[in-house]
Design a protein around this ligand. Structure first.
Ligand code: NOJ
Length: 741
């Protein structure tokens, strides 16, 4: 007879109950243990699996896999490990294999910060789905993505891994990525479990120094840092990773208020929480506990279920349960949460590879197309003096391509790319050569002087500069966010000989361009664009694709302007658009170099006919703002229409404006469309001084426009009724069907 926990036709809860009932304490503790395996530890690891002492394996060799060149080797021998778990361990509980599959697997998509610049929810979801389909074929059941840390300090190396500075945009990206990774059914072929990380506040590390402390009030936590995680939970994310940092003096790996009170009790999260690598033991270094045993005790009691390599649970829990310092019920609860996700992922039915076939040698053409499209959509045109771009089709104009990154492969893939192969990457030189066979390309070994001589002989120069893939990422912070050494001088040298410069910048973070901008005719911010980066850059420069990317993060004029972000709280010296005379520095203007939401196109969009359908909104009502957008230029293109809101007077200070909606629309030359945004009471809600979600009556201002400086708009008054219930209003008035546009 088939044991109940192995019977897929029984309800999951019944299967979990049956299995937990059969488990010894050691087997339970084993489920909470994630190991990493090296060739040297293989025999010991197999024995531990056989004994039921392992619940998961991370496919990485070190705590900062993103910056480790050897990570591609971390796969062996997965099949054998799983076979031992299901065939030779007493209960046959499958392992769950996790890996940092962050922005692509074999096919690499642009870095997450770049994906956010596309503002294209469907495409970001499609990329995550394609990523999952490749990764599961390599035995990855679970990815440690998406990273949902709001990041407002580009010195922080991990700014590349998230969606930038804004809670709303980050929440939309979170939902898209989770839908893409997990699909409708996480047990289906091609789906994998997602992990929202790092819970919470990691993006606020002081001075952008990785692993540092944060100072974030509960009010800011709830209004700014938590919303993307709430969106992830609402989207059904299977797991959450807690952060290295503390919040309110308590490390996130033992912060019961965050993990139990907010995540589980308030939000109803029913997946499991994993620590970060060694983050439980890290509490000893934090100085919040005396030793690893107490660290483990605090972590499990605060709601951490699985320990990423660190061994506090595996080494000490047995004795702690025997002594009564940790109850077996607490262990059971963690085991149940882990088993629930293993059942949900279908691991008991299909413990091996869900998509059984060999990975292709090259990349799938449909994944390449997707990567090319997303890379092109994510690029942001920051300057285009006198229509320097797209490149003119003029036989008399010679164009050259120079710069340190034109033949780069690995660098284009970006940080946190463990499996993307440099040999599958299209370089910028290759991409452009296909579209412009007449292009003069500096050879890979050309010295700087030779590149300058080539520029001198040309009429126009495409100069590619930027960061390599290890200048950002985990623990890769920089104190001065300027271009890497020597690149500004190269720009100066070309400028000095009077050649028009098309500057292409590949980077994982915003960089300061204040002195460079006046010396160049056009700037294309290409980020780290992934496997199809070279083709995507060629698509934009040639005009085959009209740029539509918009910045998901503010670009400062100087490192000293940091922090600078569009949605700061209103001050006693109010200004509408970043910082005014009273709060700027004496040696710098108050505005940034490029604002949040900014990005140019090869065409022009004109905004007009703004209307609000009512001037007063009651609790049960929706308010709808409309605007007409016309493509007044010659090229057809996409525009990201953005809607911002301000709560003019509230019991706690609110941001000067907050993004509340966006739509990406296509307009042919001469075409007009009307775009609408509808809001209900829940869209006006915020967390007040009591840290409860609330809405307050009064005046609201709303703007619609092409970036965060939007000036066209109007105001309305909100009046609350007694039975207002903000939690249930949301569904009542979603934005109109996109087909409207
Ligand atoms: C530490 C990082 O903070 C986390 O994001 C990552 O998933 C783990 N290392 C595993 O590589």
């Amino acid at each position: 007879m088939i044991l109940p926990y192995l019977n897929p036709s029984l309800p999951t809860q019944q299967r979990i109950d049956d299995l937990v009932e059969r488990m010894t304490l050691d087997e339970k503790i084993g489920q909470l243990n994630q190991i990493f395996a090296t060739p040297e530890s293989e025999e010991r690891d197999k024995e531990m699996i056989r004994q039921g002492q392992v619940g998961s394996r991370i496919l990485a060799f070190s705590a900062h896999a993103g910056n480790d060149e050897t990570e591609a080797d971390a796969y062996t021998p997965l099949w054998e490990f799983q076979r031992i778990a299901v065939e030779e361990s007493r209960l046959g509980i499958p392992l769950i294999f996790g890996r940092d599959v962050i922005h692509g697997h074999l096919t690499v998509y642009p870095i997450p910060l770049a994906q956010a610049a596309s503002w294209d929810i469907e495409l970001v979801e499609a990329a995550a789905k394609a990523t999952a389909s490749e990764a599961v074929s390599d035995f990855v059941h679970w990815t440690f993505a998406p990273m949902l840390d709001i990041a407002r300090d580009p010195r922080w190396g991990r700014v590349i891994e998230g969606s930038g500075e804004d809670p709303y945009l980050c929440s939309q990206m979170a939902k898209a990525q989770i839908r893409g990774f997990q699909g409708e059914d996480t047990s289906a072929p091609g789906s994998m479990v997602a992990c929202a990380k790092h819970f919470v506040g990691y993006g606020a590390v002081e001075g952008g120094r990785d692993y540092n402390t944060i100072e974030v009030t509960e009010n800011t936590l709830r209004n700014t840092y938590l919303p993307p995680f709430k969106a992830a939970v609402d989207a059904g994310v299977g797991t959450i990773m807690c952060a290295f940092n503390d919040w309110n003096g308590i490390p996130c790996s033992a912060n019961g208020y965050l993990l139990n009170t907010i995540l589980r009790n308030e939000w109803g999260f029913d997946g499991y929480v994993i620590s970060d690598w060694d983050s439980i033991k890290g509490m000893v270094e934090h100085g919040s506990v005396e030793d690893a045993a107490v660290a483990g005790q605090h972590a499990i009691q605060a709601g951490v279920d699985m320990e990423m390599p660190g061994h506090c649970f595996a080494t000490h829990l047995r004795q702690q349960v025997a002594e009564g310092t940790v109850s077996e019920a607490t262990v059971d609860q963690a085991v149940r949460r882990i088993l629930r996700i293993k059942f949900m992922a279908g691991l008991f039915e299909e413990p091996f590879v869900k998509v059984r076939k060999q990975q292709p040698k090259g990349l799938k053409s449909e994944h390449r197309q997707l990567a090319r499209k997303l890379a092109a959509e994510s690029m942001v045109l920051l300057k285009n003096n006198e229509d320097a771009l797209p490149l003119a089709n003029d036989d008399n104009c010679t164009i050259c391509l120079i710069g340190p990154l034109i033949h780069a492969r690995r660098e284009l893939l970006g940080n946190w790319t463990l499996d993307g192969r440099p040999e599958d990457t299209v370089t910028i030189a290759e991409g452009l050569a296909q579209l412009r066979p007449d292009l003069k390309i500096a050879p890979a070994d050309a010295a700087v002087d030779a590149q300058i001589r080539l520029a001198r002989k040309s009429d126009q120069v495409i100069l590619v500069v930027g960061e390599d893939h290890f200048r950002n990422g985990e623990n890769a912070n920089i104190a001065d966010i300027t271009l890497p050494a020597g690149q500004a001088q190269l720009i100066d040298a070309i400028h000095a000989i009077g050649k028009p410069i098309i500057l292409v910048v590949c980077s994982g973070r915003p960089l300061v361009l204040t002195d460079i901008e006046p010396k160049v005719d056009a700037i294309l911010w290409a980020w780290h664009p992934g496997s199809e980066g070279g083709n995507a850059i060629a698509d934009i420069l040639s005009g085959n694709v009209n740029p539509s990317g918009k910045l998901p993060i503010t670009f400062p004029r100087a490192t000293g302007q940091i922090p600078i972000y569009y949605n700061y709280k209103n001050t006693c010296r109010p200004v509408d658009d970043y910082y005014g005379e009273d709060s700027r520095y004496q040696d710098q203007v108050g505005k940034p170099m490029y604002r949040f939401g900014f990005g140019l196109s090869y065409t022009h969009f004109e905004y007009s006919n703004f209307t609000l359908d009512r001037s007063q909104m009651l609790t049960d009502e929706c308010i709808t703002a409309s605007i007409q957008i016309k493509n007044t230029g010659k090229a057809s293109g996409f525009e990201v229409v953005q809607c911002y809101l301000r709560d003019v007077v509230a019991s706690t200070i609110r941001p000067v404006r907050e993004l509340k909606g966006f739509q990406r629309i296509h307009l042919k030359s001469g075409e007009s469309k009307t775009v609408q945004f509808s809001f209900s009471e829940s869209d006006l809600a915020f967390y007040g001084a009591d840290n409860q979600q609330r809405t307050e009556p009064g005046e609201f201002q709303l703007w619609i426009g092409p970036d965060s400086s939007a000036t066209i708009g109007g105001k309305f008054y909100f009046k609350q009724s007694k039975d207002s219930n903000i939690a249930t209003e949301r569904q009542a008035c979603l934005n109109p069907d996109p087909s409207f546009c």
